[in-house]
Design a protein around this ligand. Structure first.
Ligand SMILES: C[S@@+](CC[C@H](N)C(=O)[O-])C[C@H]1O[C@@H](n2cnc3c(N)ncnc32)[C@H](O)[C@@H]1O
Length: 132
């Protein structure tokens, strides 16, 4: 994760179990705030439990989709997202949402998979290539 400054507002898109959100919350400090968004209630339950265990009062977790973020326009100084965009069917909608919630001049930090040419159908059908 790149630098986050004290007091900044951060949205973690597809926060999963919330580890990155909790790290971001430490970085922005008590004056800042982090909103973690995920579509999976089971992941949010883990994230909320971890926030409670670590007494992280400046992070909240919300159920929602990357394609329709439950965050008001221009709220975020930084949007972070790790390992999510490759899973989202409508990537253009998710990127548009990230742009919407960012303030003008805000920053986007994405960790994800990029392909530089189309994946062959034969590889798409080989399930061993897609599983750990
Ligand atoms: C590989 S995990 C990454 C979790 C976390 N960002 C991390 O780095 O540990 C992907 C997460 O994205 C969430 N996700 C996938 N598609 C989503 C979508 N369209 N909207 C919101 N969350 C989504 C999943 O529920 C899952 O928790």
């Amino acid at each position: 994760m790149g630098a986050l400054l004290p007091g900044e507002h951060v949205v973690d898109v597809g926060c999963g179990a919330g580890l990155d959100s909790l790290i971001a919350a430490q970085m922005v400090g008590a004056e800042g705030h982090v909103i973690g968004v995920d579509m999976t209630p089971a992941m949010l339950a883990i994230a909320r439990a971890s926030a409670s265990e670590t007494a992280s009062a400046n992070v909240t977790f919300h159920e929602g989709y990357a394609e329709a973020l439950p965050v008001v326009d221009g709220w975020a100084d930084v949007v972070i997202s790790n390992g999510v965009l490759n899973l989202v069917p409508d990537k253009a909608a998710a990127l548009a949402e990230m742009a919407r919630v960012l303030r003008p001049g805000g920053r986007l930090q994405i960790g994800d998979i990029l392909v530089q040419r189309p994946v062959p159908e034969s590889a798409k059908r080989k399930i061993d290539l897609w599983t750990g």
